[in-house]
Design a protein around this ligand. Structure first.
Ligand code: GLU
Length: 303
């Protein structure tokens, strides 16, 4: 199968889809995001990267950044991290506070906001926001193999100004003794991590370390790669994770910026970007596009 032709076909088909979803609007920076944008990119063994659509246009990682910080935290703390955050799907929205009270301030998984805050809090201990952000950027740049990846300061500032819900999650967990640093430091670091911007092509390159394929950067052990992929499969799309697993059959992580990173172990790292979101906060056309790709290639972790 000619994968470039397939990507071109997908990029040509997507604009005809009846429902593009709705662009996030919780910070003013999203007002400038064109809902008609679409990109798809495929990083393959040996370093080749195929793209179609607006694959060199930058967008904000938002929650996609959570798999990078999880990799860093596991490297730093190992399995001790799991005393503070669980590994179960939440079945609730990404920013829900509901389970925290009945589950004594332990978030369900590292990909819901509460869990991502615990992960950042864990990395922050014995460090500073500046050093942690430098470490996150350096990890991401190594994963991509390019230096030109930055934090969008204006997005980070807007996120900070509207972080009431994340502040509430941090305060609630602090009440249960599950936050070591001042909430302002943890949230400040978290909003900057979410504001990392890169292109769809760079996102595809960044996921190679989770594929185990030839030529991919080896940033973490194979055992940890498997565990992060398992969590992306079960929790990477919030309360849409079961649907993504059913339709696509690959581990993936979404962000409200409209990006999705999906991993086809041994075969490819796949990135899509389309800013319109579905009801669960995952890219509407992005999901459709990866589903189409997975069906055409037969790539699935389920055989
Ligand atoms: N910055 C967003 C938040 O924390 C990220 C959410 C997401 O991408 O799902 O609320």
């Amino acid at each position: 199968m000619d994968l470039q032709i397939l990507l071109n076909e997908i990029a040509a088909e997507m604009p005809t889809a009846p429902d593009r979803g709705t662009v996030a609007r919780y910070i003013p920076e999203f007002d400038c995001v064109d809902p008609a944008r679409f990109a798809i990119a495929l990083a393959l063994p040996g370093g080749e990267c195929l793209t179609a659509g607006d694959a060199d246009e930058a967008f904000w990682l938002q929650s996609i950044s959570k798999f990078f910080t999880l990799a860093i935290a596991l490297g730093r703390l190992g399995d001790r991290l799991w005393t503070r955050v669980g590994r179960e799907p939440s079945g609730l929205a990404f920013n829900s506070i509901l389970q925290l009270e009945s589950e004594a301030g332990i978030p369900r998984n590292p990909f819901v906001n509460a869990g991502a805050l615990v992960v950042i809090d864990a990395i922050l201990t014995a460090s500073t926001p500046r050093a942690v952000l430098a470490e996150i950027l350096s990890f991401i740049r190594s994963a991509v193999g390019e230096e030109d990846i930055h934090i969008n300061k204006s997005v980070a500032a807007s996120e900070q100004n509207t972080a009431h819900r994340n502040m509430a999650l941090a305060a609630f967990m602090a009440a249960y003794g599950n936050m070591n640093n001042a909430a302002a430091l943890t949230i400040g670091t978290y909003v900057h991590q979410c504001a990392v911007e890169m292109s769809c092509r760079q996102l595809a390159l960044s996921g190679r370390f989770l594929t185990g394929m030839a030529g991919a950067p080896r940033l973490i052990s194979t055992a940890r790669v498997r565990r992060i992929n398992a969590l992306m499969m079960t929790c990477g799309h919030y309360d849409g994770s079961g649907e993504f697993a059913y339709r696509v059959g690959l581990p993936g992580k979404s962000g409200v910026g409209g990006g999705i990173l999906a991993v086809a172990p041994g075969r490819a790292s796949i990135a899509v970007w389309s800013p319109g979101l579905n009801a669960q906060g995952n890219s509407q056309l992005g999901t459709l596009a990866i589903e189409r790709l997975a069906r055409a290639t037969g790539w699935s972790v389920f055989g």
